[in-house]
Design a protein around this ligand. Structure first.
Ligand SMILES: [Zn+2]
Length: 224
């Protein structure tokens, strides 16, 4: 399903993702974080960005390894939001990368306590007919982690009420595609909402798109 990568490649992918989010203006201050699944010494876990470090100073060696049991290896403290990254990996064994941002449009929608509905066919990029909204819980808590894990069971992205956006993928490239697409869709949705109530696609229309995306995914795997 995924191509095995080295630890150095996993670290580079996380650093490149954070820098890219910063360049795109999606990483507000040092609030964004990213991780890659990584087993260290046979123990399952992830490599995640440290807390409070800006994208411009982040180096691959700064990433912190956090095991599924919460064990930490590294020179810094892991992002205070590592719990929900871990919840995503636990819920979806096939996912390899998780990205979290407080990007403007996704966060604005999440502050209206609204999910992103099927107003545009590209909403299917997250694997279903909406990008669900996780209710508000304090950052870094087990309650928030459980809620994110539940929301991501059948989706590759979710909004966090009064907080931001989480996206994941079978590779960092895929997680980055989803996070950028959802942020962009939230921008369009907010603009449409400013004029009226956007008309939604029906379940059959969305199911057809979801099937097409799955077929593209299989083609991409065969080719690459
Ligand atoms: Zn956050």
């Amino acid at each position: 399903m995924t191509t095995a990568i080295t630890e150095a490649q996993a670290r580079d992918a996380v650093v490149a993702a954070v820098r890219r989010l910063d360049a795109l203006g999606m990483n507000r201050g040092s609030t964004g974080n990213a991780s890659h699944r990584w087993a260290a010494g046979g123990a399952d876990g992830m490599l995640i960005t440290p807390t409070g470090m800006g994208a411009d100073e982040l180096q691959p060696a700064d990433l912190v390894w956090v095991g599924v049991d919460g064990r930490v290896q590294g020179a810094w403290q892991p992002s205070s939001e590592w719990h929900f990254h871990q919840a995503v990996y636990r819920t979806r064994p096939e996912l390899q990368a998780v990205v979290h941002t407080h990007s403007t449009h996704a966060t604005a929608l999440a502050c209206l306590d609204r999910p992103l509905p099927a107003f545009h066919y590209m909403v299917a990029v997250a694997g279903g007919d909406d990008v669900p909204l996780v209710p508000y819980f304090t950052f870094g808590t087990e309650t928030l982690s459980r809620a994110v894990g539940a929301a991501m069971q059948a989706r590759d992205a979710c909004l966090l009420a009064h907080h931001g956006l989480v996206a994941a993928g079978t590779s960092m490239a895929r997680a980055m595609k989803v996070v950028q697409e959802v942020e962009s869709l939230c921008e369009v949705y907010l603009k449409a909402l400013a004029v009226g109530e956007p008309v939604l696609l029906n379940a059959a229309q969305m199911a057809e798109v979801i099937d097409k995306f799955k077929a593209y995914g299989r083609t991409a795997l065969r080719q690459g």
